[in-house]
Design a protein around this ligand. Structure first.
Ligand SMILES: Cc1cc2nc3c(=O)[nH]c(=O)nc-3n(C[C@H](O)[C@H](O)[C@H](O)COP(=O)(O)OP(=O)(O)OC[C@H]3O[C@@H](n4cnc5c(N)ncnc54)[C@H](O)[C@@H]3O)c2cc1C
Length: 407
């Protein structure tokens, strides 16, 4: 059989790329090779509904299991690709097999960043990236246990909210002087700190965790200031490292992620990369980005599959993301980094408001808390680099449709 498309990884992006190839009429062989023992599944519920025990594994599958065979997609799980030979156009797997390709898509995502400190291997210390990680954490989340979360980013805060549902005693340690400091403005950080306080979570900012203490299991976390915080369980939620090592080893251009163009092509024209592992250009922001979001993984998957199937459509998207904590639905459109002006529409104490971020007059991002109309309008206005009227935007009586029309 002629070599077809091989996709390294069997996560969110990989699954979508395989299906999009078929949707775009690609007739060759399509092979997904994933190192996890599971078919493609959705990671967002791992810190939310799945961790809370509200949904089963079947509910978090990316697509029903039988679809892969029905679409004539070879799904190989529990198999790690160890090497890419760009000259011979083959990938080498850890089971000794090697698979030829005409086109390769790298969709390897990333791994949870670790602290690399004393005690990190102690039982009770967790990271959260895979279903396996989530299963181990869930098994230890019993009422009354002390959970310390290192990192006040979205995953850390979502796990804090879920852990409170189980009745754990939860502390969040954040090195910066506010939670969500890397991704949101002060208004949103203050809102989430207050929300977690109301639910009994202790948030300690400007606190640097230094090591884990315990003999046979975790008993505490030592801070840089010498203080010891008692803990039965810890979650290290300090970000992601892109899995770009096999690409770099194969000689593909990498820069904290695999460098791709707007068709998701790497420095080798037969090889594409998609999802969390890519560094890609974004015309709206005029710079290259590495994003960790479902939307980006899905859209880049469609772009790469389209390019391979002869339907080239450059990737040009407003990034978006969401987070669920308690009864709060946060929707984020765009990227707020570099903003020089903010405007709050609605009042945070009503649990329904939106923060709009501007740069040089232009709307670049919006964090919408239980405010879907603001979020949807923001996505559209960001795409057209709009400069909406501030007085109207601050006035809840003026509908978003009107503001958008006039912007
Ligand atoms: C707990 C959690 C909550 C999240 N919540 C949200 C959310 O609310 N909203 C949102 O937009 N995003 C969320 N995300 C991020 C989102 O899940 C990712 O952006 C998305 O999964 C990226 O898809 P991907 O295909 O690039 O990578 P992944 O889904 O990570 O898939 C990559 C796969 O490749 C495999 N792999 C790596 N190297 C190899 C190799 N050499 N050989 C074979 N296989 C390999 C990996 O094991 C993995 O299975 C969350 C992530 C986590 C972990």
């Amino acid at each position: 059989m002629e070599p077809g498309v091989v996709i390294i990884g069997a996560g969110h992006g990989a699954g979508q790329a395989a299906l999009s190839l078929r949707q775009f009429g690609y007739k060759g062989t399509v092979t997904l090779i994933g190192e996890e023992d599971a078919p493609p599944y959705q990671r967002p519920p791992l810190s939310k509904a799945w961790l809370a025990g509200e949904v089963q594994f079947q509910d978090v599958l990316f697509k029903p299991d039988e679809l892969w065979a029905a679409q004539n997609i070879n799904l190989i799980t529990g198999c790690r690709v160890t090497d890419i030979n760009c000259d011979k156009k083959r990938v080498q797997c850890d089971d000794g097999s090697s698979v030829p390709y005409a086109n390769l898509i790298i969709a390897t995502g990333g791994k949870a960043r670790r602290m690399d400190c004393t005690g990190e291997d102690l039982p009770g210390v967790h990271v959260l990236r895979t279903l396996n990680d989530a299963s181990k954490l869930k098994a230890e989340m019993q009422k009354g246990r002390k959970l310390v979360i290192i990192g006040g980013g979205y995953i850390g805060l979502e796990v804090a909210a879920t852990a409170r549902k189980y009745g754990l005693d939860v502390t969040v340690l954040e090195a910066e002087n506010r939670v969500l400091a890397r991704v949101a403005g002060g208004e949103l950080s203050a809102f989430f700190e207050q929300l977690h306080h109301q639910h009994g979570v202790k948030i300690k900012t400007s606190m640097l965790a230094q090591s884990f203490e315990g003999q046979d299991a975790l008993t505490g976390i030592r801070l840089k200031n010498g203080q010891l915080i008692d803990a039965d369980l810890a979650l290290v939620g300090i970000g992601l490292i892109p899995n770009d090592d096999i690409a770099a080893h194969a000689g593909l251009a990498c820069d904290n992620g695999i460098v791709v163009d707007d068709l998701c092509r790497t420095s080798d024209p037969d090889i594409y990369a998609i999802g969390d592992v890519t560094r890609h250009p974004n015309a709206i922001y005029g710079r290259s980005l590495r994003l960790e979001s479902v939307h980006n993984a899905l859209e880049q998957a469609k772009t790469a599959a389209g390019a391979i199937a002869g339907r080239e459509k450059p990737y040009a998207q407003v990034p978006w993301f969401w987070s669920d904590q308690y009864d709060i639905k946060l929707q984020i459109a765009g990227l707020s980094g570099g903003h020089d002006e903010t405007l709050v529409r609605g009042a945070p104490d009503t649990n329904r408001f939106a923060v709009f971020y501007f740069q040089k007059g232009r709307l670049i991002a919006c964090d919408a808390v239980n405010a879907p109309a603001e979020y949807m309008a923001a996505r559209m206005m960001i795409a057209k680099a709009a400069n909406p009227d501030r007085v109207a935007l601050a006035d809840l009586k003026v509908p978003m449709k009107e503001i958008m029309r006039d912007a």
